[in-house]
Design a protein around this ligand. Structure first.
Ligand code: BEZ
Ligand code: FE
Length: 258
């Protein structure tokens, strides 16, 4: 076993052992915890549990000193290789997709503000009812998912609808644990992005809708003030709200010191 594995496993177990001793954990509680581990596995919820209760701390730690825009967690609902859309960019949606139409635009630059031509934005989100295509009943495959290209000045524009907030599944073991602890199961409304450009670190982030409920009680602890946006009625696109957001990418680690 590597020294690193030895260290991390020992430290994690030590923390668990300390809780047992400090809080007099009973045999009944130990058996309930064991059953809960089994239930999480059987429900296929380990990725959900990890992304709700652990990923945020890993993300903060990994990128605390990274230049450029703030990122946040990836979460469990990304599907790689979404189709590259054609300009003008609009996320695929049902003809009767509900929710407020919105257009957001901005510029992708490096950490010093120089434009990154042809940057890629992989965008995915829940619908207005808080449902993700591919994971929840309702939206068809590929709904509200797609890749968007910035122009030769790094400028991009995306049309979509404002997503709804949603809860993690309440009837699964992660939801039941959350209820047992009397914590909020909600994620506030957000749009996910991975912004990437050659020779730069991909930025995994989320833009949180400022008018959403639950911004201050995100079950996944992923909200950061820098990531909150405030869509306002558009003056140029009738029936749309709009907001702006610029992304600054750090140089890739491999080339950072070149
Ligand atoms: C999400 O961003 O959609 C998400 C993140 C963590 C857990 C569940 C969902
Ligand atoms: Fe999400």
């Amino acid at each position: 076993m590597s020294d690193r594995a030895n260290l991390l496993i020992s430290e994690m177990l030590k923390r668990v052992h300390e809780v047992v001793v400090e809080h007099d954990v009973t045999y009944d509680e130990y058996q309930a915890a064991k059953q809960w581990f089994i239930d999480v596995g059987e429900a296929g919820e380990w990725p959900l549990f990890g992304d709700v209760y652990i990923e945020h701390w890993v993300e903060e730690q990994a990128f605390s000193d990274r230049a450029g825009s703030k990122g946040t967690i990836l979460g469990p609902f990304h599907i790689p290789d979404a189709p590259l859309l054609d300009a003008p960019f609009e996320l695929p949606a049902r003809p009767d997709e509900s929710g407020t139409k919105t257009v957001f635009r901005g510029q992708v630059t490096d950490a010093d503000g120089a434009p990154l031509a042809n940057a890629n934005l992989d965008v995915w989100q829940a619908d207005a009812d808080g449902c993700y295509a591919g994971f929840m009943p309702g939206p068809p495959d590929g709904n509200l998912r797609g890749q968007v290209r910035a122009d030769d000045e790094g400028r991009y524009e995306v049309r979509t609808v404002i997503p709804g907030p949603y809860t993690i599944p309440l009837d699964g073991p992660t939801g039941k644990m959350t209820a047992a602890a009397d914590w909020s199961p909600w994620r506030p409304a957000h749009i996910h992005l991975i912004v990437s450009a050659e020779n730069h670190e991909p930025l995994v982030t989320q833009l949180f809708i400022g008018s959403s409920d639950h911004l201050d009680e995100d079950v996944a602890s992923a909200v950061k003030p820098e990531l909150i946006v405030h869509p306002k009625p558009s003056e140029t696109d009738e029936g749309y709200e709009e907001f702006e957001y610029d992304f600054a990418l750090a140089p890739s680690r491999a080339t950072a010191n070149v």
